[in-house]
Design a protein around this ligand. Structure first.
Ligand code: UD1
Ligand code: MG
Length: 451
């Protein structure tokens, strides 16, 4: 049976004190909303509806950028969670199967938890995700009777006895899609907030003779983000989980607390990550690679045995093949470095291809931008680029070719050729000494005049 997702993301998030909609604030380089969508995606949903309201245009754009199949459902006025789910009705029209409701501001829900909910649906008409709260605060309380969920009561409407319950509502709910919308139609807003509560569907369902249950997850999974401080705490939680997962996968760290991951970082086993390394989105590091201290990587791939840094910057499109060396103060962007290529010091390599075993000397720059367009540089296998060569793209250096240090290379260099593109040196005997004397004399004269 297929499942459709309904992700609620219309709320304002007043406490963020931000012009940006709450669900777009990033954790580990991706909007909170994307974290929720990724967790839901593991169920291979038949459809995904995202309910938007505050900052709808931006939220929809971010959702579609992540997954072009997302169906946006507008909620013009935020009348409550039941009303929000109701706004997804058209998006789910004709869907034959379950609907699973997620919140866009709850980024830590684990895929395995959602799978357990879908499994529990085999025996119950409605499954709610609950958690034992250390401090139940203002969460909705789950009123259980054995394994059956009788109803959910919102904090504001709860009696003293109900407020004493610690089993709380996460907000995640699964039910047959048609049943869900039928129940939502029956929800009213006669409560302490004057809102249409999604939580009311449980009492209504039970009165209709339907069954409901709640399964429990770890409280950390249901962590919502409502303020900047909670956002920072969520980032911390993400990072400590990512570090723990990396250890589990066989990654080595000298100082794990100083390494920052993106939501999608992939690192192979027996990789060594030194201190103060930052991974932006889209990085894959293969087994046995070594990322040295103070390096920054995003949108790149580092193959087995490659060594990067210290102080290296790999930008989107950097592809490092096996045993490549990228050293200190080297920036690589949109460039493929074939097996064993070396760029060890102070260089910029952008929009380029570097052949296997080529050696790029210190201070080399691929001059890829003419102020209007970007151009490509190709360096052949086993080429030797002398220190401080300026490669004016588009340009090709052949296999086993060389460039003399300090060259400004504007023309292609054939295979095996040496390109010398710099002024010829002239030595003037004794002239340095004469010049020094002259300069010193001038200086003395000036200082005397001033005193
Ligand atoms: C809700 C639950 C509560 C639960 C808590 C868990 C209800 C009535 N209450 O309360 O039982 O313990 O979550 O965090 O469901 N949203 C919309 N449109 C709306 C209202 C909300 O899209 O009209 C979205 C919000 O953006 C948010 C989510 O729904 O992502 C939850 O709304 P929120 O106002 O935070 O509900 P709570 O009061 O926290
Ligand atoms: Mg909330």
């Amino acid at each position: 049976m297929s499942t459709a997702l309904i992700v609620l993301a219309a709320g304002k998030g007043t406490r963020m004190k931000s012009d940006m909609p709450k669900v777009l604030h990033p954790i580990a380089g991706a909007p909170m909303l994307v974290h929720a969508l990724r967790a839901g995606a593991t169920l291979e949903p038949a459809r995904i509806a995202v309910v938007t309201g505050h900052g709808a245009d931006a939220v929809e754009a971010a959702a579609l950028e992540h997954d072009p199949e997302v169906i946006a459902a507008r909620q013009e006025q935020q009348l409550g969670t039941a009303h929000a789910v109701g706004c997804a009705r058209a998006a789910l029209a004709g869907h034959d199967g379950d609907a699973l409701v997620l919140y866009g501001d709850t980024p830590f829900i684990q895929p395995g938890t959602l799978e357990r909910m879908i499994e529990a649906r085999r025996d119950h008409d409605i499954v709610v995700l609950g958690f034992e709260a250390a401090d139940p605060g203002r969460y909705g309380r789950l009123v259980m009777n054995g394994g059956a969920l009788e109803r959910i009561v919102e904090f504001k409407d709860a009696s003293e006895a109900e407020r004493a319950l610690t089993f709380c509502n996460s907000g995640v709910i699964a039910a047959d899609s048609d049943t869900l919308f039928q129940l939502i139609d029956a929800v009213g807003n006669d409560n302490a907030s004057g809102e249409y509560y999604l939580t009311d569907i449980i009492g209504i369902a039970r009165a209709q003779g339907l069954t409901a249950t709640a399964i429990a997850c770890d409280e950390a999974e249901t962590l919502g983000v409502n303020s900047r401080e909670e956002l920072a705490a969520a980032e911390d939680l993400f990072q400590s989980r990512a570090r723990a997962a990396a250890f589990e996968d066989g990654v080595n760290f000298y100082a794990p607390g100083s390494v920052y991951f993106a939501y999608d970082t992939v690192i192979g086993r027996d990789t060594l990550i030194e201190q103060n390394v930052v991974f932006g989105p889209g990085v894959t590091v293969e087994s046995g690679a070594h990322i040295r201290a103070f390096s920054h990587l995003e949108g790149c791939h580092v193959a087995r045995g490659a060594i990067v840094g210290p102080y290296a910057r790999l930008r989107p499109g950097a592809e490092l093949a096996e045993d490549v060396r990228v050293g200190n103060f080297v920036e690589i962007k949109n460039a493929v470095l074939d097996e064993g290529a070396k760029v060890n010091h102070l260089s910029y390599i952008g929009d380029a291809h570097i052949g296997a075993g080529a050696n790029v000397g210190a201070g080399t720059v691929t001059c890829n931008y003419d102020g209007v367009s970007k151009h490509h540089t190709a360096i052949g296998a086993h080429a030797f680029i002398g220190s401080s060569t300026m490669l004016i793209a588009p340009v090709q250096i052949g296999d086993h070719a060389m460039t003399a240090s300090g060259s400004v290379v504007t023309q292609d260099v054939p295979d095996g050729a040496l390109a010398v593109a710099r002024a010829r040196q002239v030595n003037k005997p004794g002239l340095a000494r004469k010049l020094f004397d002259k300069l010193k004399h001038a200086k003395n004269k000036n200082t005397k005049g001033a005193s």
